[in-house]
Design a protein around this ligand. Structure first.
Ligand SMILES: Cc1ncc(C[n+]2csc(CCOP(=O)(O)OP(=O)(O)O)c2C)c(N)n1
Ligand SMILES: [Mg+2]
Length: 606
């Protein structure tokens, strides 16, 4: 992971200058601070690619462009800088759609550079021709199409500026013939828009509401992570003595060691968080859109406080009041708004002041109860899981050891996590159960595919994160199904010295979806089995280290060893953990129903 070498020149020409469009494009990226890009080379942008290295830009070649998109997402999420992706027109670009969709829902400033069929061929059905703007229309905040080579710097700069100001992916579409030519242009300086604390009236209204709240609760969301607002969130929470719950998959939005931290809401979240927010009369949604999936009933608890007044603070005004009815909406930067609110409460007596000690005791008790429950919750107890546990206990896995209970494995991993760790999780049953066991002390530490929910996310995202933060330990979790989609990027780690640690939960099934067949389809399993691979063997063949774990006491030491390999020897290691087929609660109990069949031939399929 070398820095740009000293021969590179990062000085950008000032004033109108004669150059080629390729040079204008590259110089604009230099002006925007780009040092790394992800993608697979192609003739479409070779003229520009030829000068990436002397400009101080490293193009990391990946195995599949979806991986490049996720890497850019991880890179952006950990650094706050742009993640940049590029690929060959047509298939290289269409391969990125899923990853850009995930980045969209994570609000990552990813710039997707899409060289396109040349203008003189477009519409004739030539080689690798595709209309590339509609593909990303749903998942980008801005799409810039270079309609004249003379405007390439202008559009490039706008795409980079908007990815930051709009907090999401943008697309820069460049007809491939527009890299060539002779233009005179000026390289624009980056434009960064400062978001303030919000309108005076809405801040005053929020402070007044908070002053009357008896049981305020803060929901700390992605805006706190991205807006570097943890300290300000903490100050507001401490002033109020309020519990702080993390938004769904935003476990890094408040330090887990803080007495007011209660854990995440949403799928497989913290019962303590749910039970406490259920009592709220005022909720401060700080940097959260309160997305519908993230606030669904869980663990049989319909916890959302329907009568609570909500103060929502959102950098994107279109999210204000979108999902939940709000009393006060503040369009603001989370950090500035939290600071302004705390300042407004200074010196005031609040309705909740009198009960601060009582509420602190309640928070501590709920947290202790949840920890105790987690400690005792060593395996799933539904009928299917008990059957699987009994069956798996009679088998011997290929390693000769035994199949482990996922919850116990997750607890052991939690205990062994190194300081400053970054963790990415995939979509799957075990990865979701992990939500209860992933706690962080600092923001920009936890990466998940958020509402897009695509399998195959965790490994490539962590590779990008590791490139942006090489000094931090990097751990990706994936189920065996999701791993199959993404594991070839281990070759990227090995080829380009980007060491990460991957934990593969090998339960021999597409478990999360099978769970629906257990709950709704009378255990009629279709296409759910994943038997017989050795992921450790595959990892070794790709040049990585690998450890198979089939005893509970080996989980922590295996993680320690892999982290040591990563941090001290620069080696990627895959930990394959053999798990029982038991399954935790399903993702979408809300969205499925028992089958109804009218045709006689299907009458047994109910
Ligand atoms: C790209 C994609 N394809 C399919 C799905 C549907 N899906 C959600 S979870 C899941 C099963 C994941 O299996 P695995 O990775 O083995 O984890 P497990 O549930 O077994 O822990 C599938 C197929 C998805 N979310 N994303
Ligand atoms: Mg699985």
């Amino acid at each position: 992971m070398s820095a740009p070498d000293s021969k590179t020149q990062r000085n950008v020409p000032t004033g109108p200058t004669r150059m080629t469009p390729s040079e204008a494009f590259v110089e604009t990226m230099v002006a925007q601070g780009v040092t790394d890009m992800f993608g697979i080379m192609g003739s479409a942008f070779m003229d520009a690619m030829d000068i990436f290295a002397p400009a101080g830009i490293r193009l990391i070649p990946v195995v599949h462009e979806q991986g490049a998109g996720h890497m850019a997402d991880g890179y952006a999420r950990v650094s706050g800088r742009h993640g940049v992706v590029i690929g060959q027109n047509g298939p290289g670009i269409s391969n990125c759609v899923t990853a850009i969709a995930a980045a969209y829902w994570a609000h990552s400033p990813v710039v997707m550079i899409t060289p396109e069929t040349g203008t003189m061929g477009m519409g004739l059905g030539g080689f690798q021709e595709a209309n590339q703007l509609p593909m990303f229309q749903e998942f980008t905040r801005y799409q810039g199409h270079v309609n004249n080579p003379k405007r390439i710097a202008e559009y490039t700069a706008r795409c980079f500026d908007r990815a930051i100001s709009e907090m999401g992916p943008t697309q820069l579409n460049i007809p491939r013939d527009y890299f060539y030519g002779d233009i005179t242009c000026e390289i624009p300086q980056p434009l960064r828009v400062e978001r303030g604390a919000g309108g005076e009236n809405s801040l005053n209204a929020a402070a007044e509401l908070l002053a009357t709240a008896k049981f305020p609760v803060i929901l700390s969301g992605g805006g706190v992570v991205m807006g570097d607002a943890v300290a300000e969130c903490k100050a507001l929470a401490e002033r109020l003595g309020s519990p702080v719950v993390n938004g769904y998959l935003r476990n890094d939005s408040f330090p887990a060691s803080h007495p007011l931290w209660c854990g995440p809401l949403g799928y497989q979240g913290s019962k303590a968080a749910m039970k406490l927010i259920a009592q709220a009369d005022v909720v401060v949604a700080l940097g959260s859109r309160m997305g519908p999936f993230g606030t669904l009933a869980q663990h049989g608890l319909d916890y959302w406080p329907k009568n609570a007044k909500i103060i929502q603070i959102e950098a994107d005004h279109t999210n204000l009041g979108l999902v939940k009815k709000i009393s006060v909406g503040i369009c603001a930067d989370a950090k500035a708004a939290a600071k302004a609110l705390t300042a407004r409460l200074a010196g005031k007596t609040l309705a909740c002041d009198a009960t601060k000690a009582e509420r602190a005791a309640k928070i501590a008790a709920e947290k202790a109860a949840w920890e105790k429950e987690l400690d005792g919750w060593t395996h799933e107890r539904d009928a299917y899981s008990l059957d699987m546990i009994a069956e798996n206990a009679k088998e011997k896995p290929f390693s000769g050891g035994k199949y482990l209970h996922p919850r116990q494995v997750l607890r052991e991993l939690e205990k062994a996590m190194p300081k400053r760790v970054m963790v990415s999780t995939d979509i799957g049953n075990i990865n979701s159960v992990a939500n209860s066991y992933l706690r962080f002390e600092e923001p920009r530490s936890f990466f998940a595919p958020m509402s897009f929910g695509n399998c195959g996310y965790a490994l490539p995202t962590m590779i990008g994160a590791k490139l942006a933060a090489p000094h931090r330990p990097a751990v990706a979790y994936a189920g065996d199904g999701a791993w199959g989609m993404s594991m070839s990027e281990i070759m990227t780690c090995v080829r380009h010295d980007i060491p990460v640690t991957a934990v593969v939960f090998h339960n021999r099934q597409w478990g999360a979806e099978k769970k629906n067949q257990v709950d709704f389809y009378n255990r009629r399993f279709v296409a759910g089995e994943l038997d017989n691979q050795s992921f450790a063997g595959i990892a070794k063949a790709m040049g990585a280290e690998a450890i198979v774990v089939d005893q509970l006491e080996d989980v922590g030491p295996a993680l320690n060893k892999a982290i040591d390999l990563q941090m001290n020897q620069g080696k990627t290691c895959v930990i394959e953990i053999l798990c029982t087929r038991e399954l935790g609660d399903p993702f979408r109990r809300d969205a499925l129903s028992k089958p109804v069949r009218y045709l006689d031939k299907y009458r047994d399929y109910v």
